[in-house]
Design a protein around this ligand. Structure first.
Ligand SMILES: *Cc1c(COP(=O)(O)O)cnc(C)c1O
Length: 222
């Protein structure tokens, strides 16, 4: 795997307004450092322990994004350094992130995960649930979190039309919720698109793509 070349190839395809999150889960620090040396500063991980270990050994100018499903009792391990939490899908988790952010005198940026896939296994809120939470008094009191956008994961399928429909649904949800604009909710990011579908996602309005295997090669979960 030529990580530097892969990064260069992908970056040449990204419009300037699209941010690349290099998804480095399961990969060794040496692979991440290759990407770092090629200029990559934003890395995405889906396990808190693994992200924390990498954070501790790697340069401190890296932005760490948590892209996996987060359990409330683990927020404390990343609260001091995590830059963006992508997959927030319930109020209990928002409250816990807020609580831990207070301890570290920070405001933690979060994305609300919207369920866009037809599969049952994918996490996420409905647009209505998201809107109710953003408008709620409980949420307005969480001053140490900021919702800065939405995240979605499309169905795992070869059917490009279906994926396109799901991405467009997230983009429309974003446009619907954007006017809510409160002190701790200002939507500007749409996180959608992975190795297999990031170009389609960008065409549908993505502003942040999460790309793993196209940069680092396929993952080995043994
Ligand atoms: C693993 C993962 C990715 C990256 O997937 P690739 O297909 O390797 O690019 C993106 N988003 C999330 C939430 C992931 O868990």
């Amino acid at each position: 795997m030529d990580i530097k070349q892969n990064l260069k190839d992908i970056k040449s395809l990204l419009p300037e307004h699209v941010t690349l999150v290099a998804v480095s889960k399961t990969k060794p620090v040496s692979d991440l450092m290759e990407a770092y040396d090629a200029g990559q500063r934003i890395f995405g991980e889906n396990k808190i322990q693994e992200m924390t270990d990498k954070y501790e050994t790697m340069p401190k100018d890296i932005e760490w994004h948590m892209i996996g499903h987060v359990q409330s009792n683990k927020v404390k391990y990343m609260a001091s350094f995590v830059r963006l939490i992508h997959g927030v899908d319930n109020i209990k988790l928002l409250k816990e992130i807020n609580k831990q952010a207070i301890k570290h005198h920070r405001v933690i940026d979060c994305l609300i995960q919207i369920k866009i896939a037809s599969e049952d296994s994918k996490f996420g809120m409905t647009p209505n649930e998201a809107s109710e939470i953003i408008k709620s008094e409980t949420f307005s009191e969480l001053k140490n979190i900021k919702i800065v956008g939405l995240m979605g994961m499309a169905t795992f399928t070869d059917d490009e039309n279906q994926v396109k429909k799901e991405f467009s649904y997230l983009k429309n949800t974003f446009e619907d919720l954007k006017p809510l604009n409160t002190t701790n909710c200002q939507l500007r990011i749409i996180s959608m698109g992975m190795s297999g579908d990031y170009q389609l996602a960008i065409n549908c309005g993505s502003t942040m793509v999460r790309v793993g295997s196209s940069i680092f090669g396929s993952r080995n979960y043994n």
